[in-house]
Ligand binder design. Sequence first.
Ligand code: PFF
Length: 453
Amino acid sequence: MKERENFGSRFAVIMAFAGSAIGLGNIWRFPYMVGENGGAAFIIIYLLSSFFLSLPIFLSESVIGRRSHSNTFGAMEMLAPGTKWKWLGLLTVVSPLVILSFYSVVGGWSLVYLFKACSTGFTDSSMEEVSKVFGNVISSVWPPLIFHTLFLLICAVIIFFGVKSGIEKFSKITMPLLFVLIVLIMIYSVNLPGAGAGVTYLVKPDFSKITASVVAAAVGQSFFSLSLGVGTILTYSSYVRKDENILVSGIGTASLDLLFAILAGFAIMPAVFAAGIKPEAGPGLIFQTLPYIFSKMGEHLPVLSASVAVLFFITILVAALTSAISMFEVGVAYLVEERKFSRPAATAVVFSLTWVLGIFCSLSFGPLKNFHIFGNTIFSFCDKLTSNFLMTFGGLLFTIFVGWKMPRRDVRDEITSGGRSSLGVHTFNFVYFLIKYLAPAAIVLIFISNLIL
Ligand code: PFF
């Protein structure tokens, strides 16, 4: 049998994980979630949740993936043979495909806007015109479908090259670039006239805004942002070598993800306020605000404005691609290892499934907009199903598996990399407590509140 591939270095591991974590969730979703849920108060809960809830789930997936060196289904079969846990393995093959199908539609929009930035640029002078253009783009039939296809094809090519030459190489080159780009955009944004109100919005908490639904939204956002509960972290961890410290890579990834979300907040919110747009404008926020800013700036500084526009949409595209490939890999790893597909055939199958479901998601902004599932369009049904339920449910089961099913000494063995890392007893006990008690209890509470809300 062909030897299983591994990531080459700690830097590669963190860049691949960060590539999965940092994506549309940080640039597209985080700013409008902050906007809809009360600004800085939301960010504080998001921060707490990232370290006390999300990190234990991240570690649980890492422990399972690295211990088994297998895809999600194979991991469950290896660590709990012949039990119902295999259903968790199967569920987490399916959930990332559902996310990928709507994710690649938004990835497609960013391609449409990148082409626009490179060709005609943004010249619409009023907010109404900009919003109308966005509405026309997403509700038309062909352009979003063509770019959804193109986006998925780029993912397929990267995945086709495998773990080291595809995923690792792409992430190592693009992730540092992403940080440089977002910092440049942030500098531009906070210097716009009227940007100060956006900065204040991000740093001044209003605790009266915190309600159960804001807490649930912050936790959900933190799960989505760290790609939790759907087997991507498990699958990537299965390519991590035994001597790598998974606690360090987990904390490193969570910190980078958080840092990037905050930078993206400062890149986008000041621009939103400068443009006089309501921060709670929803999913269209970045696709409406930024083009408007670019067109305004273009009246005085055309070259600068056009360059920032191109940079901005490249940033979104790259961030979306590194996340999308992590979802893509889950299905491919399963098909190759469990169903004995060749890598190219597995890539083609995953491409086809997500492509078809993505077509329905895309059309749900146009011809299928009146087709509803439980009161939601197909796109928002897939989004809510995964972020509010599948991710939370998967996350819960992963922590229960590691906290209650796996022997404690195996968990310790993984978290200390076979005793190579000198982790104090108290630190391990604390991490184990988070995995075994705190995270599952909090997730159950949030799950129930999601159901009620
Ligand atoms: N973490 C990604 C983002 O913030 O855009 C989204 C994501 C990637 C969710 C991978 C789930 C996943 F499995």
